[in-house]
Write a protein that binds this ligand. Sequence first.
Ligand SMILES: [Zn+2]
Length: 99
Amino acid sequence: MRYLLLLVNLVAALWVFYDSQKHGYSIGKGLLWAIGVFFLLIVFLPLYLIFRRRKEKLAAQERETRQIISPLSSCFYCGQGYEGDPKVCPHCGQTLKMG
Ligand SMILES: [Zn+2]
């Protein structure tokens, strides 16, 4: 029975590590989560899922705001699209704004 629990924890820890790498966590962070899950599965597995969800939400929000703040504009000189509000065109180097 004890070995079975150990196996479950090990599998869960491995899954958390693998999953954290898929979601862009660093190896160190993924390892920390995996170790936490291995020793305290009941505490760390729900925590990991909550944090992961929050991270995903933040990333999605960031993507959205970036799209709102910086729609793609096109250069007056070369006609290429650029993002954000640069002073010079990233493609042809022409000054886009006066002053
Ligand atoms: Zn240009």
